[in-house]
Ligand binder design. Structure first.
Ligand SMILES: [Zn+2]
Length: 307
């Protein structure tokens, strides 16, 4: 699982002291790249850039106007073709707010998302923008405005982008309220966005344990060689560890519930020892246990049979 080196992550650091950021496009397949910004916050996951016959597809352009403009400059060094499609895979600010940079382009690209992601962005982007300004600082977010996508991506309806056909998978209540994965059979390439975290503790705050497990099981059967998620790697590197963590969380909580443990002692029942060395274990694992405990306890109380 390769991640972008990230020496600078503190929002408290003065922008004056920040090193210059350079946009990186790393090749994955002919015409297909991951885009990231060297030196950026480690929680910025890579974008996907696919240069087709007559236009460029960009998935998850990033957190702000500045980042988006750098990504566009990096694309320009590879091709003069217009960016025609910008896909927002899910409604999290670090992935979508760089839409602002792409909205400056002429011709203006089509901004596309699932109906649930588009709706979430419509209702939450104001608050998300304020939150990201608080986290990254107003200098980093300068000029960043909200650009909403069209609710045009639907499960099973392919996206044809410049000669590459992408299968669209819309996965509800997984990493977020709605996660869109894109799979190109001809490239054996899967863009899984926030669903595939590799050896990094997933964040269940805005998601669902059982929904996320189901989403990863659905994606696991796709014959992909390369997965772009929170990093880039093989399915074994990107998807398998995340699913192992979530399955272990489920197993531990179900055993705890069966043994009569209450929510106050949840973390003792599910210490997550096997994942202690993963990035983000503290504090995220404890928060995940609380979140997932409530989800499964609710099901347990309703007497649903164990899956
Ligand atoms: Zn996310």
């Amino acid at each position: 699982m390769s991640r972008v080196p990230s020496p600078v992550s503190s929002p408290a650091l003065s922008p004056v002291l920040s090193p210059p950021l350079s946009p990186l496009l790393s090749p994955l397949a002919p015409g297909v790249y991951t885009g990231a910004v060297d030196g950026a916050d480690p929680s910025f996951s890579p974008s996907l850039v696919a240069i087709g016959r007559d236009g460029v597809l960009v998935v998850d352009p990033g957190p702000n106007l500045r980042h988006g403009r750098r990504l566009i400059a990096a694309i320009r060094r590879r091709t003069a073709l217009p960016v025609r499609w910008v896909v927002n895979s899910h409604p999290h600010p670090r992935q979508v707010l760089a839409n602002a940079a792409f909205a400056e382009l002429r011709p203006r690209p089509a901004f596309l998302a699932s109906p649930a992601t588009a709706e979430r962005m419509r209702s939450r982007c104001d608050a998300c923008l304020r939150q990201l300004v608080a986290e990254l600082g107003s200098a980093a977010m300068a000029g960043t405005t909200i650009v909403l996508p069209r609710p045009a991506l639907r499960e099973g309806a392919p996206l044809d982008a410049g000669g590459v056909r992408w299968q669209v998978r819309v996965l509800a209540n997984a990493h977020s309220a709605s996660d869109t994965a894109l799979y190109a059979p001809a490239l054996r390439l899967l863009f899984a966005g926030g669903l595939a975290m590799g050896e990094r503790v997933p964040d269940l705050r805005d998601g669902s344990l059982t929904g996320w497990q189901a989403a990863l099981r659905a994606l696991s059967v796709l014959p992909a060689d390369t997965v772009v998620g929170d990093g880039v790697g093989t399915p074994r590197q990107c998807i398998v560890p995340t699913l192992a963590y979530l399955d272990s969380l489920e197993r531990g909580i179900r055993q705890g519930l069966a043994a009569g443990v209450d929510a106050a002692n949840a973390l003792r029942a599910v210490p997550g020892e096997a994942f202690r060395h993963w990035q983000g274990f503290v504090p995220r694992h404890a928060l995940n246990v609380q979140r997932a405990w409530l989800e499964l306890e609710d099901e347990w109380m309703r007497g649903a049979p164990a899956r």
